[in-house]
Design a protein around this ligand. Structure first.
Ligand code: MG
Length: 293
């Protein structure tokens, strides 16, 4: 492991560095080193390249959860970005998509125990029915492109994590947070579009409660070796209301409450799950998936 630079906040490290950090660290290649040694006139140019690399690397490191306590309130709040108005109508699904919910019924969904999905159908959307539990797809998915639209209760109640909390659990395991994060401060790694407990979004692109919001997610499932160890972590890119908020970010492991547990080997395909956090009145519509493997 090459540790030629330390981020400004490296003193915040809360757990030992592990191998998954390596790709975030800058290591000048042997070729670059030899060229720099042989050609003095190239040195200024090389230093500029190195500087840019160091800056990018430090930024990536500073975001890494290893440097932060879970739900650390001293992490910077993501800048607020106005994503523009919500589309009037749901975006039509592509022709090759698996449509999971188009407003008509919940036939593609069930309770995790296999009972019928018990959330409330209204007009063209489905609403979390508090206390009825999560719902998950009957079909299982691995790598995928996911589109869904969600809205938090226009009648605002609660604050922080108690305001419009739900979640999109990829493979039922890795959560992209759903929350009313419009003028509702909470710990950054728990706001809307956070990889819950791990990565805050790059920016806060949340629309006001009562307006439809979109997630467009590209997810690559983790790969495990024959010993059950993670060979390639799960990786995700998320656009919130069309704004990039997670850029090929690797989950550190499964989502958990006040914990960041390590990966455990699991199947290559698992259901997509939506969370009943107990806040109620979070709505979803227009959910579709394009399978990528
Ligand atoms: Mg949640």
């Amino acid at each position: 492991m090459c540790l030629s630079v330390s981020p400004a906040d490296s003193t915040r490290a809360v757990v030992p560095a592990t191998s998954f950090l390596d790709e975030d660290l800058f290591c000048p290649s042997p070729v670059l080193v030899s060229v720099m040694a042989a050609s003095s006139w190239l040195l200024p140019v090389a230093l500029v390249v190195v500087g840019v690399s160091l800056s990018t690397s430090a930024t990536a490191q500073a975001r890494h959860p290893v440097y932060w306590e879970i739900h650390d309130t001293s992490r910077a709040q993501p800048p607020v970005v106005d994503p523009g108005p919500a589309p009037a109508e749901p975006r039509p699904a592509p022709s090759d998509a698996v449509v999971l919910f188009d407003g008509g019924d919940l036939d593609a969904w069930e309770h995790p125990d296999g009972a019928p999905a018990a959330w409330t159908l209204r007009d063209n959307h489905v609403e979390v029915d508090t206390g009825r539990g999560d719902i998950q797809t009957k079909e299982a998915f691995g790598d995928m492109q996911l589109h869904l639209e969600w809205m938090t209760n226009p009648s605002v109640t609660g604050r922080g994590q108690g305001r419009g909390n739900s979640g999109v659990f990829l493979m039922g395991t890795y959560e992209v947070q759903v929350l009313d994060s419009y003028d509702n401060p909470t710990y950054p790694d728990g706001q809307a579009a956070a990889l819950y407990g791990q990565y805050p979004p790059l920016v806060n692109a949340t629309r006001p409660p009562g307006e439809w919001q979109t997630y467009d997610i590209t997810f690559r499932r983790p790969r495990f070796d024959q010993n059950g160890s993670v060979a390639t972590p799960a990786r995700v890119t998320v656009y919130h209301n069309g704004v990039l908020v997670q850029d090929r970010v690797e989950f550190t492991g499964p989502t958990a409450h006040h914990d960041r547990p390590p990966y455990e080997a699991h199947a290559a395909r698992l259901p997509l799950r939506l969370q009943d956090h107990g806040d109620g009145a979070v709505r979803y519509r227009n959910i579709w998936v394009r399978e990528l493997e």
